[in-house]
Design a protein around this ligand. Structure first.
Ligand code: ARG
Length: 459
């Protein structure tokens, strides 16, 4: 079996070692980027006086043929194709003959793979941002359709204060907007050209690296060849952004699992986005939400695995770095399915306002009652205590807070007056929170408009 690096070896590698060393089964995904990088390099070698324009044309035509064969699956892999770079160059040389052997002049697989991978991550970010924007729009649509629909808000999963569906849905929009920004930042740090760094010390041929970067759509060139071949910050950035998306989707899922339960019943999942039980005929299970929640675990694993691989590596290339790709491919595949599934689930979700209304009980207004006393001049700390007594009395009497008599309330504080009944209104409570980011109808209109302008831009 002929190897790119076979010259100094007297003996074949062990078959298991070949298998162990090989990365073709996953890095074949980089084929398009590898070919784009090689075409740019061939042109760069003309500028450097290594190839004649005619030789470069031959090589480029050969690479285009390789691209075609890979696209239509007529490409036949050979046993010695240890990775995508080897496979492409081997086939190129079969097609164009010995001139193919000039392509790798002044280049190493170390700067080659770093370049390919960066190009791949950039297009992956573009695709994920399109999915992310679609999900953001689904949340905005859900918020807009029921902007002022009241439901209980929770802390510690206990009734806290009234909120609205629009407020709730937008609470899940903003984290995803930040994720979009994280991906944009990751993309900027990814769009750096390592090519020209060669194995570690820089290429010995005067290739115009700025021109290479421009041809490949990269924003800048790397400044240090040793760093360039080992820098996988962009991989960690990508995986961190992917992980945060996973965490945000997990939180949304968990909340919808609760809301769709028989006990809450605030929402009903569409049949198309739920599954049944093989044994219990009545079941409608939120598998899509549970899987989304579960898959955040593998995204975290992909990130931590990569970080563990990077820790302890010296600068320049070490074979450990071959372990950088599978977590990225897995994170991309995971999110490419999860994001559109979640968008579809939200677009088909049925809200059940009557079930939400049934839970809008008066204790949600306890803070408003304390605020009422504050407006009558009672210091908040004391008002909080007095309303605590009111809550206790209602519990002892086994009546809702709102059904205590004025006399009973005045028994606790003489600051309570007949106007206290105005406090016992969910709408008043919502509208009292008229700060940017609050629950009032006006604040929600503003927030909705802001969300619409904050959707992740897609290319
Ligand atoms: N398959 C390798 C990787 O993914 C390509 C670079 C190999 N470089 C080397 N010096 N062996 O990292």
């Amino acid at each position: 079996m002929s190897k790119l690096w076979g010259g100094r070896f007297a003996k074949e590698t062990d078959a298991l070692v070949d298998e162990f060393n090989a990365s073709l089964h996953f890095d074949v995904q980089l084929a398009d980027e590898d070919i784009a990088g090689s075409i740019a390099w061939a042109r760069g070698l003309v500028g450097a006086g290594v190839l004649t324009p005619a030789e470069a044309d031959e090589i480029v035509a050969g690479l285009e043929q390789v691209r075609q064969e890979l696209a239509d699956s007529s490409f036949v892999f050979a046993p010695g194709d240890e990775d995508v770079h080897t496979a492409v160059e081997r086939r190129l040389t079969e097609i164009v003959g010995p001139v193919g052997g000039k392509l790798h002049t002044g280049r190493s697989r170390n700067d080659q793979v770093a370049t390919d991978f960066r190009l791949w991550v950039m297009q992956a970010i573009d695709q994920l941002q399109a999915h992310l924007a679609d999900l953001q729009n689904a949340l905005i649509a859900s918020a807009e359709a029921n902007l002022n629909l009241p439901l209980p808000g929770y802390t510690h999963l206990q009734h806290a204060q009234p909120i609205t569906w629009g407020h709730w849905a937008l609470a899940h929009f903003w984290p995803l907007a930040r994720d979009g920004e994280r991906l944009t930042q990751a993309r900027r740090r990814t769009a750096v050209l390592p090519l020209g760094s060669a194995a570690l010390a820089g290429t010995a041929f005067p290739v115009d690296r700025e021109a290479l970067a421009e041809t490949l759509g990269l924003e800048q060139i790397s400044q240090n060849s040793l760093d360039a071949v080992s820098d996988r910050d962009f991989v960690a950035d990508f995986l961190y952004a992917a992980t945060m998306i996973g965490l945000h989707l997990s939180r949304l899922s968990e909340q919808l699992v609760l809301f769709s339960s028989t006990e809450f019943g605030f929402v009903r999942l569409d049949d198309g986005y739920s599954t049944g039980s093989s044994l219990m005929p009545q079941k409608k299970n939120p598998d899509t939400l549970e899987l989304t929640r579960g898959k955040s675990g593998r995204l975290i694993g992909n990130l931590t695995g990569l970080l563990a691989t990077l820790k302890g590596l010296p600068s320049t290339y070490d074979k450990d770095l071959q372990e950088d790709k599978e977590p990225v491919f897995d994170a991309f595949d995971t999110l490419s399915l999860t994001l559109p599934v979640m968008a579809g689930l939200l677009r088909t979700l049925t809200l059940r306002p009557e079930r939400m209304a049934a839970q809008l009980e008066p204790s949600l207004l306890a803070t408003d009652l304390a605020d009422y006393l504050v407006k009558k001049g009672v210091p908040f700390r004391q008002a909080h205590h007095l309303v605590g007594e009111v809550v206790q009395l209602a519990e002892d009497e086994d009546v809702p807070l709102t059904e205590l008599t004025l006399a009973q309330l005045q028994g606790i504080s003489d600051k309570f007056g007949a106007d206290v009944t105005a406090v016992f209104s969910i709408t008043a409570s919502l509208n009292n929170r008229n700060v940017p980011g609050g629950t009032s109808a006006a604040a929600l209109q503003t927030q909705l408009a802001q969300a619409k302008t904050a959707v992740t831009p897609t290319p």
